[in-house]
Design a protein around this ligand. Structure first.
Ligand SMILES: Cc1cc2nc3c(=O)[nH]c(=O)nc-3n(C[C@H](O)[C@H](O)[C@H](O)COP(=O)(O)OP(=O)(O)OC[C@H]3O[C@@H](n4cnc5c(N)ncnc54)[C@H](O)[C@@H]3O)c2cc1C
Length: 562
């Protein structure tokens, strides 16, 4: 773990915060009106129930109240509200800190034998309820991977590096850099999320258009179960039956505890460059992105903001008066009234970067794009891990904010963008809430791309989570109805579990439950996560079937009937 103090009731490090610029405040006020500021209680005001005994777990265990509090929640909107308002629904009875894979097996065996629940925790940055402790009749232990951290093996010839599951993003890159290597997996939670968490949730980094999701970077795995250590060796390819590595990737702690991952690494780039291009509109921007990836142009970072996100992002930038005036004039021209910022980044040798930039420019120019310089790229490089602090600032000023993400084929993306926005607008109208919806396209593939949505709304006293739930459910139903995946990279957790069968079908759910039954026969691990079946704060109260009738034909093997 890093030496810096982590904030116990909000995002990130205690010594960092986000100051809301006046322009952003005005932007929010104009669209949402005033909300009720949510005060933060002090740690001393939170009373924990007595810890229930968990017995000897075969590893170091702590029942210290401060540790129990810091391991009760993840980083979802309901988690943040619970911590901020002192309304945490449940606390673990203890936190276990195994130091070896063998100790992880011991904890699992002891917990299964003693009827103790285990919540597996890497960095604790889950935004879908993956690490939130739920009320339980049985004692609950959080199994922290903090002490299984660091580089465990390196094969520079094959470009493979093994890491303990608890290794956080900065430690991964710090261990590789002296060897002239990098992983390049940089989710926005990079500073606080772990290798095991990335693998367990099928995470995507901000460079994933060039580098790929974590799915592509995992070569081998070691997984602890009650049966012992299950090793899936690092092999470039194989035909030895179905690929079990892929079954573990995205298993969210239900099929065992990942103790180590062997990852595909690459040389540090000699050179990096990037630019922000203003596209005349969302549709042309999306078309340009599709053409870029389908033409195979070597782009590492690609992110297209829709007009609303572009407009809000402008308010967060501290521009000189001259730059602000030029920018204002540009957005008032007919061509860029609905302007969309397209962020592009390339890496490689200087010659490779130049060639990729020229190939990219040909396509953006063909679609009316205008390069507005490297300043935006440099700002993105320096500020990108700072933006999540905005959530806490906004809660303190009366506005809620949450994000979710999905992906669909290029053919379905226009309906997805419109459908999700319409669903949120309608839900807000019915609830009497102003809602602002922002979106960007990122993580582009030859057959489609991800859409990442952010929504803001004004907080009403005592209704923050209830209002959030109405909006979140509308958004989830909207994206499923429009052909999007339930989640492109945040994972299922407990929050999305009731909707999983909509995407993989009831048979798919039975297959996953069967595997969980083999790996975790006592049902010890991560209650409610991925497969549902356990009431959790933040999840819909009733099992839901969100699928609205879809008249379009589905290819065989697609979504299944109920
Ligand atoms: C501000 C913010 C920004 C984010 N940005 C991104 C982003 O850009 N891209 C992205 O993909 N996600 C993002 N996320 C979501 C989150 O960071 C990812 O899901 C991340 O992969 C979780 O890693 P973690 O180590 O924090 O896992 P945790 O939150 O600790 O756990 C996540 C899930 O995985 C399970 N798990 C964790 N470790 C293991 C293990 N070793 N073995 C088995 N199961 C395990 C947990 O039980 C839980 O179900 C963001 C979250 C926040 C709060």
């Amino acid at each position: 773990m890093t030496g810096r103090t982590r904030r116990w009731n909000g995002w990130g490090f205690a010594d960092v915060s986000f100051t809301l610029p006046d322009a952003a405040r005005t932007w929010l006020l104009r669209r949402l009106g005033d909300g009720g500021a949510m005060a933060a209680v002090s740690e001393a005001e939170i009373a924990l129930p007595d810890a229930r005994p968990v017995g000897d777990l075969g590893a170091a265990v702590s029942s210290d109240p401060s540790r129990r509090l810091r391991h009760a929640c993840g980083a979802s909107f309901p988690d943040l509200v619970a911590l901020r308002t002192g309304t945490v629904a449940a606390f673990p009875d203890a936190v276990a800190f195994p130091e070896t894979a063998g100790e992880v097996v011991a904890v699992l065996r002891a917990a299964a034998a003693a009827d103790v629940r285990v919540v597996v925790r890497g960095g604790g940055t889950s935004v879908v309820g993956g690490v939130t402790v739920a009320p339980d009749d049985r004692p609950v232990v959080v199994l922290s991977l903090d002490r299984l951290s660091g580089l465990t093996s390196l094969d520079p010839v094959s470009r493979l590096a093994g890491f303990g599951a608890g290794t956080l993003g900065p430690a991964v890159e710090a261990a590789l850099a002296p060897h002239g290597l990098r992983l390049g997996h940089e989710p926005q939670s990079f500073e606080l999320s772990s290798v095991g968490g990335w693998v367990a949730t099928r995470s995507a980094g901000q460079r994933s258009t060039g580098i790929g999701k974590i799915d592509e970077l995992v070569a081998g795995l070691e997984v602890a179960t009650v049966d012992g250590l299950w090793r899936l060796p690092a092999l470039p390819a194989s035909a030895a039956g179905p690929e079990l590595r892929r079954l573990v990737v995205g298993s969210e702690g239900r099929f065992g505890v990942i103790t180590e991952a062997t990852l595909r690494v690459r040389p540090l780039p000699m050179h990096e460059d990037g630019v922000v291009v203003l596209m005349p509109g969302w549709e042309t921007g999306v078309t340009a992105c599709r053409e870029l990836v389908q033409a195979g142009v070597a782009i590492e970072v690609l992110r297209l903001s829709d007009p609303t996100e572009t407009s809000f992002a402008q308010t967060l930038i501290h521009m000189s008066p001259v730059a602000a005036r030029v920018s204002g004039l540009l957005f008032r021209t007919k061509r860029f009234r609905e302007g969309c910022a397209l962020l592009l980044g390339w890496t490689g040798t200087p010659a490779e970067v130049r060639s990729a930039r020229l190939a990219t420019a040909e396509i953006w120019r063909a679609h009316g794009g205008l390069a507005v310089g490297r300043g935006g790229w440099r700002r993105w490089r320096s500020d990108r891990f700072h933006h999540p602090y905005l959530r806490d600032t906004l809660l303190g000023q009366g506005w809620g904010v949450d994000t979710f993400e999905t992906a669909a084929t290029w053919s379905d993306l226009p309906a997805l963008h419109a459908g999700v926005r319409a669903a949120l607008d309608e839900a807000g109208r019915s609830a009497g809430l102003g809602v602002a919806v922002l979106c960007h396209l990122s993580h582009a593939y030859t057959d489609g791309a991800s859409h990442y949505f952010t929504f803001f709304w004004p907080l009403r006293a005592g209704r923050a989570v209830a209002d959030w739930r109405v909006l979140k459910e509308a958004a989830t139903r909207g994206l499923l109805a429009a052909g999007g995946t339930l989640t492109h990279h945040h994972g299922v957790g407990t929050m999305h579990a009731p909707y999983l069968a909509d995407e993989i079908g009831p048979h798919g759910l039975r297959v996953l439950r069967a595997v969980a039954g083999v790996s975790d026969p006592a049902g010890t691990l991560n209650p409610g996560v991925l497969l549902g079946g356990h009431a959790m704060p933040g999840a819909p109260a009733e099992p839901v079937s969100p699928r609205t009738p879809d008249p379009r034909p589905r290819t065989p093997g697609g979504r299944e009937g109920d």
